[in-house]
Design a protein around this ligand. Structure first.
Ligand code: HSE
Length: 403
């Protein structure tokens, strides 16, 4: 029997206990041994819940129990998760986590520590909820030079945008609904401002390119400026608006960004709706491959944590190598990132076209704009140049990049 401890009995932690309990038989068969949750750590009490019998309030109870081989963390936030991860690994316990803040900030260091101690640090659930995308990159795409990763990485915002687009529901109402369903972060700013997606593209980029990508260095914009009017334009152009995290090799650097993009109906990302996430990976030999599935929610995320527990249980005496060096990856400066842009300007005075041509040499005009508006597309221009030219126009309503 292999004993594991679960840190945090919230949405994901209680899901981990449930998955291990419900699928106990099949998991035991596949591991060759039973996996038993011997401790659950939480500050709260849960009277009447089965977990009460194994509930502890002090992490030292877990740390000092030599029979606990695996610690699965689902608390979220940097501290105390970081301290618990280091103490677990230092004492020879394997550690897995769903905590993207922890992984994005300290992933490289914890991977290195785990290697030195011949244990494993795993974090499948930190990106894409239940989608096995990290394992895909780490093991199935080892033969590839990855050229680009672009994904819908936040379930909450994708759920919101899908409902805003399909049903015209108001931003605040649909956010509340996502929170009630357990998709949203405790602080929903992390979802709607793109911070959560930013941490996830930082983790994906670090794994794909093998070096540290600091999320603070990634230009990030959220969905708060997207309205149903933008959605209407998107429809006219046979596109939709999606919050994307994207990271692409350009020369010897990587261009990374999080922002809402207009996605064409021909793209596989177009059809990714509701809470679903998808990660499109381009390999130099393989071409495009897409990982798709439930990007948030209790059981999908817990399922990914349990996937790590099982992998670890099958590799208790060896470290499975993960290449993610502490050295920083060279990122393209924001001003030099090249994109296509869709721009809406107000045309109350009928002079929008003059103003636009006064600023830009060449644009593609969008037919049939909304009443009293003018809309155009600028192709292949750096963010720096585009913003300089756009600043010459005083009636801009919104800008959305085009994928
Ligand atoms: N708030 C996150 C999301 C949870 O909506 O995707 C999963 O990381």
């Amino acid at each position: 029997m292999i004993k594991i401890a679960v840190l945090g009995y919230g949405t994901v932690g209680s899901g981990v206990v449930e998955v291990l309990d419900k699928n106990c038989e099949i998991i035991s068969k596949r591991v060759g041994e039973e996996i038993k949750v011997s401790h659950v750590l939480d500050l709260r009490d849960f009277p009447g819940d089965k977990v009460s019998e194994i509930l502890v309030h002090d992490f030292e109870d877990i740390l000092n129990d030599n029979e606990v081989r695996i610690v699965a963390e689902a608390m979220g936030g940097i501290e105390p998760a970081y301290t618990f991860a280091k103490k677990s690994i230092e004492s020879g316990k394997h550690f897995c986590t769903s905590n993207k803040e922890l992984v994005a900030k300290h992933g490289a260091e914890l991977i290195e520590m785990a290697k030195a101690k011949n244990v494993n640090f795993m974090f499948e659930a930190s990106v894409g909820g239940g989608i096995p995308v990290l394992r895909g990159i780490i093991s199935s795409l080892r033969q590839e030079n990855i050229e680009e990763i672009t994904g819908i990485l936040n379930g909450t915002t994708n759920y919101m945008m899908t409902r805003m687009d399909n049903e015209g529901i108001d931003f605040d109402d649909v956010l509340k609904d996502a929170q009630n369903k357990g998709y949203a972060e405790r602080n929903p700013e992390a979802d709607v401002e793109g911070y959560d997606a930013c941490r996830k593209i930082a983790i994906l980029s670090s794994l794909a390119f093998g070096k540290q990508v600091n999320y603070e260095d990634i230009h990030t914009e959220g969905i708060t400026k997207i309205s149903t009017l933008d959605m209407a334009y998107a429809k006219k152009m046979n596109r939709t608006v999606k919050l994307l995290g994207t990271s692409k090799k350009v020369g010897d650097k990587v261009s990374a960004m999080v922002a809402p993009f207009l996605v064409d109906a021909a793209s596989p990302l177009y059809a990714v709706n509701d809470v679903f996430n998808a990660v499109l990976v381009k390999g130099n030999m393989l071409g495009d491959t897409m990982f798709y599935g439930a990007g948030a929610g209790k059981l999908p995320t817990a399922s990914a944590v349990v996937a790590d527990v099982i992998d670890i249980a099958c590799n208790l005496d060896r470290n499975i190598p993960i290449i993610w060096d502490k050295d920083k990856l060279g990122l393209t400066e924001y001003e030099n990132i090249v994109n296509d842009y869709f721009v809406r300007v107000s045309d109350e005075d009928g002079k929008a076209a003059d103003k636009v041509y006064g600023a830009f040499d060449e644009v593609e005009v969008v037919d049939e704009p909304l009443d009293k508006e003018y809309a155009f597309i600028v192709r292949q221009m750096s963010e720096g140049d585009f913003n300089k030219l756009l600043a010459k126009i005083d009636n801009v309503l919104n800008v959305i990049r085009i994928k």
